[in-house]
Design a protein around this ligand. Sequence first.
Ligand code: ZN
Ligand code: ZN
Length: 195
Amino acid sequence: MKCSKCQNGNMKIKLGQYGLFAACDKFPNCRNPIKLNKFLYEALKKEGINIYGWDHTCWKCKKTTKVYTYFINKQLKPYMEEYIELGNLGLDSCIPIDEYLKANFSTINKNYSNTQHKYCTSNNCSHCNALIGNHFIVDDPHDIFNDWITSDLDKYIVGKIPFEKLNIQEEDLTGLEEYYIQIGKKKQKKQLLFF
Ligand SMILES: [Zn+2]
Ligand SMILES: [Zn+2]
């Protein structure tokens, strides 16, 4: 994404003293820091949201069922100035995206999770309707683990949600921003421990 100030540099996600933010990569010649939620909004507006899907063996009926999620963190990787390990942002982390998936995929529903003790947006088995927990799909997607670790996930893209189909406001992304700022702070603390 081009810098709106100098029209020359590209906006990149950086890790600063106060966590993650976005700024022009021509710094220090150009200073144009913007808040992360504003940047996330612009990046998703430009790219849409990738939907990833793969085969998963149902824990209950043992049949193969397709599971779906999004990984906003993976989509942000090309925008990073240096590699920053971000937590996974998939199902149940952005309400407007969850709402879209629920409306368009019959096997994605708001389910009560007995392990998380709350309702969450997650996949159901297409054969027996058992809940496939988000832990196995978003946090630790072991079915695609090797590709997930190398970020080579393009082959799992089954579709893209055009941004205009979602009712997202910049404020909706504030929660994501706060989450990432926490990660940024944690990472900085870790770095300090190494020195
Ligand atoms: Zn610039
Ligand atoms: Zn099943």
